[in-house]
Design a protein around this ligand. Structure first.
Ligand SMILES: [Zn+2]
Length: 290
């Protein structure tokens, strides 16, 4: 699932939240209450970016096409009507769009996938996935509470649990002696970069035996991307397709994503995702596809 980030300005954070320090103990589900055409995730994200005229804020909005994040998870947003209670100060708020030009069921599925992602990321149990109603007795999420289109609140929780189980059983790897992130990535058809992002790893060189590493689901694994791994202990990368345009050196076992491949003075170079260039000489690098 792609989460688009459209984080609001500091000014909006100052005026529409209790600031940082949310311990992320709960997830609170809302539905927007706006069935109008065009009242989708982008429209709601834009309302928040421009400073919502209402004294309200929430972290994510989901529709049938996209999930957009407006506030970082550690912000204490205003979406539960409980003042400085646990709804506002300890939960992450998700608004599910109900715009009539969207696919209602798909929006629910996207929100369920987002909940699963946040539960895994912050270690939040399913018991702590709440309705807005639980905090202040507002009839929200109104459609789920009313079984709209045959989808009940329990159906929603089951969707979350179902996808959750898959990630628990299959997509966790326990680090063994001698493992490196590179090795784990190669064995599981993914990249070190993807593992670092998925697991919020800050020190990739310091993984330890017994550590649990989440693996990307197959949906998240891109097919047939080309990568180059450095074999030499040190190797130049270049600013442009010119063997004299030396930029800096990279180290053995560093892996880069290849954007395109080209000939420069009779030798092959790869342009990397970063925009820099590297040799294709198999004495110094190894190229592989995933
Ligand atoms: Zn609500």
């Amino acid at each position: 699932m792609q989460i688009k980030k459209q984080i609001v300005s500091q000014n909006v954070i100052n005026q529409r939240s209790y600031g940082l320090g949310n311990p992320k103990k709960y997830i609170t589900i809302h539905q927007t209450g706006n069935p109008n055409k065009g009242a989708d995730a982008q429209a709601h994200a834009n309302i928040q970016s421009r400073l919502n005229p209402r004294q309200a804020s929430w972290h994510y909005q989901a529709d049938d096409k996209v999930v957009i994040q407006s506030f970082e998870d550690n912000v204490k947003c205003w979406h539960c009507g409980d003042g400085r209670g646990p709804g506002n100060t300890e939960s992450i708020g998700i608004e599910i769009c109900i715009n009539e030009d969207g696919d209602y069921k798909k929006a629910i599925e996207n929100a369920a996938e987002l909940v699963k992602h946040l539960m895994n990321k912050h270690n939040i149990p399913i018991e702590n996935v709440k309705q807005h109603y639980d905090w202040s007795r507002k009839n929200c999420p109104a459609q789920l509470r009313a079984n709209h289109k045959g989808i009940s609140w329990n159906d929603f929780l089951n969707l979350v649990k179902k996808e959750d189980k898959k990630e628990d059983n299959k997509d966790i790897y326990i680090v063994q002696t001698g493992d490196t992130l590179y090795k784990i990535a190669a064995q599981h058809n993914t990249t070190t970069k993807a593992l670092i992002e998925l697991n919020d790893i800050v020190t990739p060189d310091l993984i330890y035996k017994g550590q649990k590493i989440k693996l990307p689901t197959q949906k998240e694994v891109k097919s047939k991307q080309k990568y180059v791994r450095v074999k030499a202990s040190q190797l130049w990368v270049y600013d442009k397709p010119d063997w004299n345009a030396k930029h800096s050196t990279v180290k053995r076992n560093e892996v880069f994503t290849i954007k395109r491949t080209l000939k420069v003075n009779g030798h092959t170079m790869h342009q990397l995702k970063s925009g820099l260039y590297i040799t294709n000489n198999s004495k110094y690098v190894e190229v592989y596809e995933k």
